[in-house]
Design a protein around this ligand. Structure first.
Ligand SMILES: [Zn+2]
Length: 334
């Protein structure tokens, strides 16, 4: 199995070492992380590119007009890391990633998230020369962004239920050893919940290590089944029906909250764990009507998008279920 220790280095203000980099460097970043980074680093790259638009036709055009570089360095969150990965992959330039937040697993996955006609699509494959986990830089991001990172690990809880259910109902391939290893990620989060809440070095390490483990498990199995279940269907459906863009972790957390109840799969335990890590599962960006619309149309959305088998196929979501969810989120109905 791939040895993460060979490419991940960790330390406070460790990214200062980039000041010594030789050759022509292209930094791909965003305004806020770049500003935070420059508060302690004197790095003067050959060129700086600010990431934003990830539409494939647009970024294809960007890479075609790029000069010669010895290094591409991504400093920032998911979008900056994905654009840096894309440039590295397309133009075959060695890559260094410096995540400024642990809100998404983008720095640790080989595939690259881009958009085609505004729908997320995963393409390519790239492994960085180095991933610098700079505790100081990451701790400068808003804590709720870092806490949101835990959602794509806690999603294992609902994903494993769906996976098992599908194996029984549809005969889908299931691997108990991988499921067991994935379950260990949940206990690891449970043991370090307070550090994740406080965004300590240990909390950051826990999220980073669990992302790496999850990436290994998913690649060993061949797809994201061990960590992606009906909670992600809720997230995709919310994006599709409202046209809004959410902080991925928070909308997945809302999905975990709802689907663990539909599954009758220790909802109190997982909700308590989400609270302890400070993960916001309350869908504060959604109105009561939007929540109702999303949940009542989940099965239809899933069928039309042709997504995997899950509790959504197994149990019916009715008005009572929605009212119960709203009540538990302390939302009052007219
Ligand atoms: Zn996710």
């Amino acid at each position: 199995m791939f040895d993460w220790n060979e490419i991940i280095s960790r330390g406070s203000k460790l990214s200062k070492k980039l000041e010594d980099i030789k050759g022509k460097s292209l930094v791909v970043t965003m305004e806020i992380p770049w500003k935070k980074f420059k508060e302690f680093s004197t790095l003067e790259p050959t060129e700086i590119m600010f990431a934003g638009e990830m539409e494939l036709s647009y970024i294809n055009n960007v890479v075609e007009n790029i000069g010669e570089f010895d290094w591409v360095i991504g400093i920032g969150g998911g979008v900056a890391c994905d654009l840096a990965k894309f440039i590295s992959w397309k133009n075959n330039i060695p890559l260094i990633l410096v995540p400024s937040v642990v809100s998404v697993d983008a720095p640790f996955t080989a595939s690259i998230a881009v958009r085609e006609n505004n729908v997320v699509k995963y393409i390519g494959s790239v492994i960085p020369q180095e991933i610098i986990i700079d505790y100081y830089l990451i701790s400068q991001a808003p804590p709720e962004l870092n806490r949101a990172g835990v959602a794509d690990i806690l999603s294992i809880h609902t994903a494993l239920w769906d996976w098992k259910c599908s194996s029984v109902r549809t005969g889908e391939r299931y691997d108990e050893k991988i499921a067991e290893e994935a379950r260990k990620c949940l206990s690891e989060i449970e043991s370090n919940a307070e550090d994740i809440y406080e965004v300590t070095d240990k909390g950051i390490d826990t999220i980073v290590d669990m992302y790496c483990k999850e990436v290994d498990l998913c690649s060993e199995f061949g797809n994201a089944r061990p960590e992606e279940g009906s909670e992600h269907i809720v997230a995709y459906c919310a994006e599709f029906l409202t046209g809004k863009q959410f902080l991925h972790g928070n909308i997945v957390a809302f999905g975990i909250f709802c689907m663990s109840r539909l599954q009758e799969n220790s909802p109190e335990w997982i909700t308590d764990l989400m609270s302890r890590t400070g993960l916001n599962f309350s869908a504060s960006d959604l109105s009561n009507d939007e929540i109702r619309n999303i949940l009542l149309n989940l099965k239809k959305f899933k069928d039309e998008a042709n997504l995997f088998y899950s509790v959504v196929d197994e149990r019916t979501i009715d008005d009572n279920f929605v009212s119960d969810i709203l009540r538990r989120l302390n939302r009052f109905e007219k």
